[in-house]
Design a protein around this ligand. Structure first.
Ligand SMILES: C[S@@+](CC[C@H](N)C(=O)[O-])C[C@H]1O[C@@H](n2cnc3c(N)ncnc32)[C@H](O)[C@@H]1O
Length: 200
């Protein structure tokens, strides 16, 4: 039996924090059906759906044409970085509007410039996007990401956003550790005592 589940390397498995979807969705009418092709854990599609969109989001191989062209209006995603070139080639073939979260460098890659040299607009987040891996949102990254769009008809070609980035909810996340705090107060009931916090 053919396995339709995609393969990927671990550096591809980064989840997008939800505030980044908001940067894109505010430019997309709710009447449009969104196809989010890169699944990971399903959270992105669930978030987009929670914002009132119909969103097609299945754990199948993007290159296998599982989702029919007529069933959606626009592709929105954070694609696996290692397959960017093939993905943009496929997007050219599909000829649907798209908004993809990609490293800034993508804009000047030869393959991108060759494939898409018109109707390209970008949304630039205020701060560098930190992605989530294995449920941990580090809130930092080695590179800047932007949202590259094609045929989206944004109000400006380059939009500088001014979003407020929420604090990572799991900033103290520590799956298997116990934190020990030595109390320094003067009161006799806390002085010199150790407090254990189960941070899992
Ligand atoms: C950077 S993650 C982003 C996940 C999700 N879209 C998000 O933004 O949170 C990219 C995902 O694409 C998956 N992937 C890799 N190759 C794929 C393919 N050919 N078709 C569909 N998904 C693929 C990877 O396994 C990974 O889970």
């Amino acid at each position: 039996m053919h396995n339709k589940k995609p393969t990927s390397n671990n550096s591809d498995n980064y989840e997008t924090p939800s505030y980044v979807w908001d940067l894109i969705l505010k430019y997309i009418p709710r009447t449009l059906v969104i196809y989010e092709p890169f699944f990971l854990n399903g959270n992105s599609g669930a978030y987009i759906t929670s914002k009132g969109y119909k969103c097609i989001h299945k754990n199948t191989d993007f290159f296998k044409n599982d989702v029919t062209l007529s069933s959606y209006d626009i592709i929105v995603s954070n694609p696996p970085f290692s397959k960017r070139k093939e993905i943009f080639e496929k997007l050219k073939e599909l000829n649907k509007p798209f908004a993809l979260i990609v490293p800034l460098q993508t804009l000047v890659n030869t393959y991108f410039k060759t494939l898409f040299n018109n109707n390209v607009q970008i949304i630039i987040p205020k701060t560098r996007i930190g992605f989530i891996q294995n449920d941990v949102w580090t809130n930092r990254s080695d590179f800047d990401s932007v949202i590259l769009t094609h045929n989206l008809n944004l109000p400006q070609d380059i939009i500088f956003e001014s979003e407020i980035v929420p604090r990572p909810p799991n900033i103290f996340y520590c799956p298997h550790c116990t934190v020990s705090i030595k109390m320094r107060g003067k009161a006799s009931h806390i002085k010199g005592k150790q407090h254990l916090i189960n941070a899992s």
